[in-house]
Design a protein around this ligand. Sequence first.
Ligand SMILES: C[S@@+](CC[C@H](N)C(=O)[O-])C[C@H]1O[C@@H](n2cnc3c(N)ncnc32)[C@H](O)[C@@H]1O
Length: 475
Amino acid sequence: MRLHLTWPLLKQIVTVPKICFSYSITSRCAVNTGCKPVKRRNERKPKLPADWHTLSWEERLADTVTPLWRMSYEEQLQWKQEQQHKILLEMTKQLAQDSMDPFSNDLRFPLLPIVASPVSDGYRNKSTFSVNKGVDGNPKTVGFYIGNGKAGNIVCVHGDHLLNMPSKHSMVARYYEDFIRLSPLRPCILFHDGGHWREITIRTNSAGHTMAIVYFHPQNLRPEEIGIHKATLVEYFTQGPGAVCQLDSLYFQESTMTRCSNEQSPYQLLYGQPHIFEEVLGFKFRISADSFFQVNRGAAEALYKTVAELNRACVGGTLLDVCCGTGAIGISLSPQMERVIGIELIEQAVKDAKCNAALNRVHNCEFLSGKAEVVLPDMMPTLNCDGGLTAVVNPSRAGLHYRVVRALRNHPAIRRLVYISCKPDGEAMRNFRELCCGSGFKRKITGEAFKPTVAVPVDLFPHTPHCELVLVFER
Ligand SMILES: C[S@@+](CC[C@H](N)C(=O)[O-])C[C@H]1O[C@@H](n2cnc3c(N)ncnc32)[C@H](O)[C@@H]1O
């Protein structure tokens, strides 16, 4: 379809993108979390078909970002259960080595059946699309990478066919592609090579609201020049072809690094509502552009219910919600606790968490801003532990800093700790060993060792190899 536009800033003839509204996915997990880059080499994935390089680009992309897509959801759950069993066996082996106990190749605690996601398709509420050279060589293609920079074989493929993203995300990405193709500015593919248009992140909620965040490299443009392109972008999405996306918020970030926090470079609201809201377990959550929120709302409810069940033994005391994001775990557990203290690195997320407590009339939660490794060790000695003290930790893939584990372990009042990890075979494994090792293992660990007592996988990421593992440690 060709449209003759009359809107002032882009008076051109535009071909509206042919959009296949099925599903697609982001190539990244949590972003803006301040975590270290993740090594993907050791990731557990099913083997690719032998003729992988003869497959279509779409199949190769699906095999890269949703490698379980060929299996039924039942088979996926079984596969994940087996993977979690292997990871926990490896953990048991490492813990046995640390304590010089014999290892008999069995788990010494129950691994409960994986909790399924209530929705297996189109579940993502956040996706980040890259800009790079497409299959046809067009450098203004918005999608997901296949290949790698070192080998120089990156191809950016549209993700419309992928199974885990709502069609709205593909739609906004396609219109963003159309917009940048109309723009006289180049895409920013390699930072040292110039160009401006970078990724787009799209967030949606169950009420159908949509937030888009456009990342832009300013290079040497003057603020007034950038202002013209921002105005063009707003016009495209409010009065031009992109208006069909019905964005509720449009943000813009001038970013010269792969990831910038709001403090490093503010998220500029160009249009609409400053926040997106979501409801989880009857609580309402405000989510800012920079804040983490679990990508699968329905499965997040299952996760938080699981944590609440496992925390039952600690009802009534104080809960430390370490790496609390917008306060989802602490607030959802607040009815069973006397007091909740959340700690979070991202300032916008802490503001959200405080607002969320107020929004839900929850009066027993407080949220502290900063690195857990700085905040927690100073706070621990001042805590009133009458009624008991417990912790739920849910760090990024980078795991907890050693100082956090040490502060938790050295506090005698903590008898039970719930560790939630989406990558238990990564840095979290180091934390499991630090929690369970003998006192002499590392300097200044004086507290009694923990032991794993039960594990429950919860599937937040159907079609991918990942799930969340909830692991309870007690002493
Ligand atoms: C996997 S998210 C979990 C968020 C929250 N528990 C939830 O369920 O929504 C991890 C969170 O840890 C935060 N984080 C990362 N490094 C941190 C640190 N050193 N200290 C405190 N928080 C940190 C991230 O900003 C992110 O919000």
